[in-house]
Write a new protein. Structure first.
Ligand code: NDP
Ligand code: 8X3
Length: 249
C-alpha cells in the first residue's frame, strides 16, 4: 500500500502557491494551504480537496497556530509566500517596504522551516522546496530591497542543504523569472496598468509552469535531490534582458 504524502504550501491563495497546491493534489499529495486571505484560500483548497488554514508568515504566533493544526509527519514544505514591494532606488527606498520584504521572504521561510523540520524528519522522506527567484542571484535598478531578500533566501536554502546532509530531507530552490501572477500588482500597490506593463509584448510564464517544476522535483526518487531549478520565459534572458514584440493596441 502506498503512503499518502502530506504537503504544506505557504502563500497558496493566489499565483504560484495556488497552482502548486492544485498540482500537488493532482499528483496524489494531501495538501494543507496557508495564507492570509482566507476566502481566496478556501476557494483554492476546495478546488483541490485540500485544507485551508490561516497563516501570516511574518507573525510568529500565526505560524505557531498553523503548525499546531498540521498532521504529522509531513513530507513536503513549499515555502512560497513572498513577493516584492515597490521598485524604488536605494536613494528613495523606505524602511517599511524593505522590512516587509525581509519579513516575508526571508524570516517567513526561516520560521516555517524551523518549525517543520522535526515533522519532515519524522516522515523519513522529507523535502523543503523554497520558491526563490532569479532575483536571488541577479540585481537590477530599483530592486535592491527584493533582490536582497531573495539573495538571503537563496543563502538560507543553500545553507539548509549543507546542514541537513545525511538526514532524510531534500532541499530544492525553484528560481523563476517573469511569471504573470498578482506579483506585479502587489509590487505596484494595486496599479493594474503599471503591473500589466511588466508583461507587455512578451509571453511570461504562468503559475502552472512553476508548479510543474515543484511537482517534478518532489516526485523524483527519494535519493535524488534537485538542488536548483532556474526557469524563465523564452523571452527573458536575464532580469533586464527581455524580448518584447510591438504591441499595436
Ligand atoms: P502572488 O502575489 O500571486 O502570490 C503571493 C502569495 O503569497 C499569496 O498567496 C499571498 O497570500 C502570499 N503571502 C504574501 N504575504 C504573506 C504572508 N505574510 N503570510 C502568508 N502568505 C503571504 O505572487 P506569486 O505567486 O508570483 O509569488 C509567489 C512566490 O514566487 C513569491 O515568493 C515570489 O517572490 C516568487 N516569485 C515570483 C515571480 C513572479 O514573477 N511572479 C518570479 C520569481 C519568484 P495572502 O496575501 O492571502 O497572504
Ligand atoms: C520576480 C522576478 O525579475 O521581477 O522574482 O525580480 S524579478
Amino acid at each position: 500500500m502506498s503512503v499518502v504524502k502530506t504537503a504544506v504550501v505557504t502563500g497558496a491563495s493566489s499565483g504560484i502557491g495556488a497552482a502548486t497546491a492544485r498540482a500537488l493534489a493532482g499528483a496524489g499529495f494531501q495538501v494543507v494551504l496557508g495564507a492570509r486571505r482566507l476566502d481566496r484560500l478556501r476557494e483554492v483548497a476546495t478546488s483541490c480537496g485540500g485544507t485551508a488554514l490561516p497563516l501570516d508568515v511574518t507573525d510568529a504566533e500565526s505560524v505557531a497556530a498553523f503548525v499546531a493544526a498540521l498532521p504529522s509527519p509531513l513530507h513536503l514544505l513549499v515555502n512560497n509566500a513572498g513577493g516584492a514591494l515597490g521598485l524604488d532606488r536605494i536613494e528613495s527606498a523606505t524602511d517599511d517596504t524593505w522590512t516587509t520584504m525581509w519579513e516575508t521572504n526571508v524570516l517567513g521561510t526561516l520560521r516555517m522551516t524551523r518549525a517543520l523540520l522535526p515533522s519532515l524528519r519524522a516522515s523519513g522522506d522529507g523535502h523543503v522546496v523554497n520558491i526563490g527567484s532569479i532575483a536571488g542571484f541577479e540585481t537590477y535598478i530599483g530592486g535592491a530591497g527584493y533582490t536582497g531578500a531573495k539573495h538571503a533566501e537563496r543563502a538560507l536554502t543553500r545553507t539548509l542543504r549543507l546542514e541537513l546532509l545525511g538526514q532524510p530531507i531534500r532541499v530544492t530552490d525553484v528560481a523563476p523569472g517573469l511569471v504573470e501572477t498578482e506579483f506585479a500588482l502587489v509590487r505596484f500597490a494595486g496599479d493594474a496598468e503599471r503591473a500589466q506593463g511588466v508583461y507587455r509584448g512578451l509571453q511570461p510564464l504562468v503559475a502552472e509552469d512553476v508548479a510543474d517544476c515543484v511537482v517534478w522535483a518532489a516526485t523524483r526518487p527519494s535519493h535524488v535531490n534537485i538542488d536548483e531549478i532556474v526557469v524563465r520565459p523564452r523571452d527573458q534572458a536575464t532580469a533586464t534582458a527581455v524580448h518584447r514584440r510591438e504591441v499595436t493596441s
